[in-house]
Design a protein around this ligand. Structure first.
Ligand code: HEC
Length: 255
């Protein structure tokens, strides 16, 4: 500032001095008017000079101020830009966070839904499998029943004729243990088949029932002890057809 004031002071002195010189030249008085008009004409040029000088002085002596202003301006612009940028960045970040949240929520919901669908699918398939197994079992059972119905003859015991029964009975009697104690006509440990057959014919008993253990002895009850083990260990475990065959064979000797 001091420099400025100094410069302005110098300039004013210069101006005044130049004015005085002109005034001195224009004397005598006759030329006063001319001079008066001339002076103002020259004055702008002096003013211009002064202005130029001032400009140059200003640029030379105080270049700091314009630069500072420019810098300040730049800083302000920068600050404004920074604020703008910050605001934009914040907005972008917020929108990103929201987008992420939305994405997360959507993903979670989708995962949940997928899990539910999967578990339902699993359950459905399990139910299907169980149902299929049950269907298979029922089908198998139905097929088995069908077979049984369609082939009753195959399962049913073959009905033997009386002659066949006697033949079968003879084979069982002679190849088994019975012959150790029983003979057709000769008394051994047990009574003869003639006696047994005749007794049963007379009393209308059933030998098959006795051999099954379901009927009491009627031939020689006092000696039943000897016969009993054969019923318990052998004859009661034989199929009814074989017992009936033995019965037919023994009865064939009845008189
Ligand atoms: C260890 C000798 C012995 C053997 C083996 C034996 N019995 Fe006897 N059985 C006897 C005697 C003893 C009696 C007489 C007792 C009786 O009447 O219960 C008898 C009685 C019987 C009677 C008449 C039962 C009645 O009503 O009194 C029949 C039927 C008979 N035996 C069938 C058989 C047949 C079938 C076999 C072969 C599977 C057989 N026995 C094997 C000893 C034997």
């Amino acid at each position: 500032m001091k420099k400025r004031i100094l410069t302005l002071g110098i300039l004013s002195i210069l101006l005044i001095t130049s004015c005085k010189k002109e005034t001195a030249k224009s004397e005598p008085k006759a030329e006063t008017e001319e001079i008066t008009t001339a002076v103002p004409d020259e004055q702008p040029s002096v003013a211009e000079q002064a202005a130029e000088t001032q400009d140059s002085v200003v640029t030379e002596t105080s270049t700091e101020t314009p630069i500072k202003v420019a810098d300040a301006k730049k800083e302000v612009v920068k600050a404004v830009e920074d604020v703008k940028n910050q605001a934009v960045n914040k907005a972008v970040q917020q929108s990103e966070t929201v987008t992420k949240k939305v994405e997360n929520t959507t993903t979670k919901e989708t995962e949940k839904a997928t899990k539910v669908v999967e578990s339902v699918t699993e359950k459905t398939s399990t139910v299907k499998e169980t149902a299929q197994k049950e269907i298979d079992n029922v089908t198998k059972e139905a097929e088995a029943v069908k077979k049984e119905i369609s082939t009753p003859a195959a399962k049913a015991p073959k009905q033997l004729t009386q002659a066949e029964k006697i033949t079968r009975g003879k084979t069982l009697f002679t190849t088994g243990i019975c012959k150790n104690c029983h003979n057709q006509t000769k008394k051994l440990i047990g009574p003869t088949l003639v006696i047994i057959g005749s007794t049963y014919k007379k009393k209308k008993g059933r030998i098959a029932n006795f051999l099954q253990g379901n009927a009491k002895p009627i031939v020689d009850p006092k000696r039943f002890k000897m016969m009993k083990p054969n019923i318990d260990d052998v004859t009661r475990h034989m199929p009814i057809q074989d017992l009936e065959a033995l019965e037919a064979y023994i009865m064939s000797f009845a008189k």
